[in-house]
Design a protein. Sequence first.
Length: 226
Amino acid sequence: MNHVTQAKVVQVIEHSKVIREYILELEKERKYNPGSFVQLTLDLVTASDIWPESRTFSIASYEKGIMKFIIKNVGFYTSRIFDELGVDDKCTIKYPFGDLFNKNFVNEKHLFIAGGVGITPYLSLIKYYELNNLLNNISLFYSAKYFKDLLHYEPLKNVLGENMEVFITREKCTGCHSKRISIENVKRIADKETNIYVCGSKSFNKDYKELLNENGYTKIYMDEWE
Ligand SMILES: Cc1cc2nc3c(=O)[nH]c(=O)nc-3n(C[C@H](O)[C@H](O)[C@H](O)COP(=O)(O)OP(=O)(O)OC[C@H]3O[C@@H](n4cnc5c(N)ncnc54)[C@H](O)[C@@H]3O)c2cc1C
């Protein structure tokens, strides 16, 4: 059963002109798995109302009482969110959705592959692994066009250390790979038993799904946004 609650914006962080992080305080909270997503509507409704127009966003945090979302302004509704949702404003969220996380598999190896804003579902998953002292089971490949585009780089590096590799595709970068993620990079980290997650743009997801399939990987989980 999905839960509907109103939530108040307590902070908005502007990562760039088109990417904002919204930090919301929930009126009523319920348990959810890391890697889950919500439906967010600007309308103030309750569970018994007809659900209005909304968009889906990954929960980019795993903390009590608050939820963080990283939203890229790409179209009709996200531009409404940018215009209409500021500090102290309220919206309604319905959650949790999604099955990216399975508690039975936490002791297995996991490789998270993120392109750009596709880092969002992993932020809550990484927090879960950190809180449960299971960080040795996860690795992150994080790709972006430019180094400045990386979201939460410092905190991720502090938590993951060597288990995070950064791939920058449009500029030279020290301490990271100045190229796309290749299958050789994946093979160095992941064997056929590794659970591999992919989240990025439509073309990023398509390319890596094909590449992984062609190379015999079967435990692939996609977080597809379109
Ligand atoms: C499971 C899941 C998790 C998601 N998590 C996130 C998240 O954490 N953060 C996030 O930002 N988004 C996330 N999304 C995507 C989000 O739900 C919206 O689909 C997205 O933000 C677009 O909504 P919109 O109304 O702004 O765009 P719409 O107006 O509905 O447009 C949809 C798409 O069409 C494109 N488009 C619109 N108009 C044109 C045009 N004239 N020409 C060409 N292309 C056009 C837009 O670029 C956009 O990509 C997630 C989606 C899913 C399914």
